[in-house]
Design a protein around this ligand. Sequence first.
Ligand code: PEP
Ligand code: MN
Length: 349
Amino acid sequence: MLVVMKAQASPEEIQAVCKHIEQLGFRAHPLPGAQRTAIGITGNQGEVDRGNLEELSGVAEVIRVSKAYKLASRDVKEEDTIIRFAGTDAAIGDRSLAIIAGPCSVESREQAFSIAEQVAASGAQFFRGGAYKPRTSPYAFQGLGLDALKILSEIREKFGLRIVTEAIDSQSLELVAEWADVIQIGARNMQNFSLLKHAGRLRKPVMIKRGLSATLEEFLMAAEYVMSEGNYQVILCERGVRTFADHARNTLDLSIIPAVRRLSHLPILVDPSHATGKRDSVLPMARAAVASGADGILVEVHDHPEMALSDGPQSIYPIQFARMMDELEQIAPVVARTLPRGISAEAAK
Ligand code: PEP
Ligand code: MN
C-alpha cells in the first residue's frame, strides 16, 4: 500500500500519517520525491484499510501496490534514486557515471596503494578491494580482514577515493559498515536474507550483486529486503549469470539494465570483470554497459595480475583502465551522461 501525499503537504502532516500507520502496527517508509512525498506501508499481511488513511490531512490518495517489491518499485518512487557521498561530488545514480575500480582482493598495503594511485590518476572516484573473500575453495586466499579495511581507509584519506568492499556475514558487515563507504553484498549472498536485513538496519549505501542465477524479480526482492528495514540507499550490480555458454566465466545480461530502469528507481551498475572472467573481454563489455544505460562500472584492476591472489585473469592493467576511462568518456555524452574525472578538490584531503 502506498500513501501519496499532496504536493503542498507539510512535514507535520507527513509525520502524522507515518505515526498513524505505525499505530496500526505497520511500518511507514516516507520517500520524498521532487513533486511530493509518498509513504510506503510494509508489514501488512493482507489489505490495509484505506478508509481512515484517505481521511487524514495532507493525503492525496492511497494506492495498492501489486508488485512483490514495493519500496524498490517505480510505482512507489518515480524519480531515480541518487546516492551521494558527503563532502564529495561523487554520486551513484545521477547522470554521471560512477566508476569503481581496484583489485579483487587487498593483498598488501603496497599492492593496494600502488593500484589506488593509478586508478585515481585515471579519474576513478571509487576504489574497490576485497577484505573478506567468498571463495569456492576453503584453501584459497580468504582476505586480510580488518587489516585490509584499515588499508582501504588509509587509501580514502590519501586519495579521496570512496571505498567499496564486501561483507560476507554479520560480523564482517558491522566492520565494513564502520570502515567503508559502500557495503558490497556479493552474488553468493544475494539471497542471504538475514544478512540483507542486517544491512537494512545500517545507514550506509549497500551494493547488491546479482545472484548467480537470480531472476529480475529475485534481484529486486533482495533490494526490497534491505529497504524494508529502512535503508533506502541501495545500488544494484549486474555481474553475469550462469548459462550453458562456456567461452566466458558467466554471461553478461545487459538486457537487465532497461528492465531494471523500467521497474525500479534504484541505480544499476555493471561488473564486466566477473561477468566475463577474461581481461580481453572487459573493455568491450564496459563500453556496451555504458551504451546500454548502466549508471556505472565496477572493474577489477591489478598491476601484477599474474601474481594476484584472486581473479588475476580477469583483472585489467592500470594502462588498460586509463584507456577504458578515455573511451567511456567519449561514449557517455551519446547516452546523456558524463564521466567525472577524479573526486572534488575539497574532498580529497
Ligand atoms: C567480487 O566483486 O570480487 C566478487 C566476489 O563478486 P561476485 O560476488 O559478483 O562474484
Ligand atoms: Mn573478484
